[in-house]
Write a protein that binds this ligand. Structure first.
Ligand code: GLN
Length: 237
């Protein structure tokens, strides 16, 4: 993004993938950009529309198995997200969206190809993972603890080309040990809630990745900190 241009944020397929308040991630990103005087424009790209490849940040949410499989098929056929990632776009992928960024996932008992943009595969667990999720984020990212709400049947197995986003301290995440994954400027997590309202430091990480900044001006996070304290305590009970 050049200094005089607008930060472009795309929400991928809101008609298919949007559960547990994932739309809030787009609102939080645009708000936190505006607080820093960064002009931001949001775009909601439905599954019957071509996916632009020139935005700065792409967001994809969670969803049921059927819409997840359809979203993967349409994104593979479209190719826009692959081009955008190839051009250095930042991505936040939640739950079903996270799974479909991997090589493969299971939906409705069948195996589907994912986008292959994260080195991971998802299969099904014996139980559904439902409830509060908490983890200690990869120290290289320099972020405070992850908090979220998870609800998924899938379990995710990471390959050597991704790093776990966090070590699980409450909940299941990928497999009861690790939660989420990141590689380059792509970050995936099982955290709903929405994730960026509960983890504003991740919103700021995505903004920094998108504009190429080492730091951003601090903002008043009184309410976000109160929410985090309440949810992190709830997860440890
Ligand atoms: N359908 C996927 C699963 O059950 C993802 C669910 C979700 O996005 N909440 O694992």
């Amino acid at each position: 993004m050049s200094t005089e241009s607008v930060l472009r944020i795309v929400w991928i397929y809101p008609d298919l993938l949007s559960t547990y308040g994932d739309r809030g991630n787009m609102l939080i990103l645009a708000h936190r950009a505006a607080l820093r005087g960064i002009p931001a424009q949001t775009y909601e790209v439905r599954s019957d529309q071509p996916m632009p490849a020139t935005a700065d940040i792409y967001l994809i949410g969670g969803g049921e198995d059927g819409p997840q499989a359809l979203a993967a098929q349409r994104l593979i056929a479209d190719g826009g997200v692959h081009r955008a990632v190839g051009q250095g776009a930042a991505v936040l992928a939640i739950c079903a969206g996270y799974q479909l960024f991997g090589h493969s996932f299971f939906a409705k008992g069948a195996k589907f190809a994912g986008l292959g943009l994260l080195d991971l595969d998802s299969d099904r667990g014996e139980t559904r993972a439902v409830g509060e999720l908490r983890g200690e984020i990869d120290p290289r990212l320099g972020l405070p603890a992850l908090t979220g709400f998870e609800n998924h049947g899938g379990r995710t197995h990471l390959g050597p080309d991704v790093s776990p986003l966090a070590r699980v301290s409450a909940g299941i995440g990928n497999d009861g040990q690790t939660e989420g994954a990141w590689h380059g400027k792509i970050l995936g997590t099982y955290s709903h809630g929405p994730a960026l309202a509960r983890n504003p430091a991740i919103a700021d990480l995505l903004l920094r990745w998108a504009i190429g900044a080492d730091s951003l001006a601090p903002v008043d996070d009184t309410w976000a900190e109160a929410l985090r304290a309440e949810r992190l305590t709830a997860a440890s009970v």
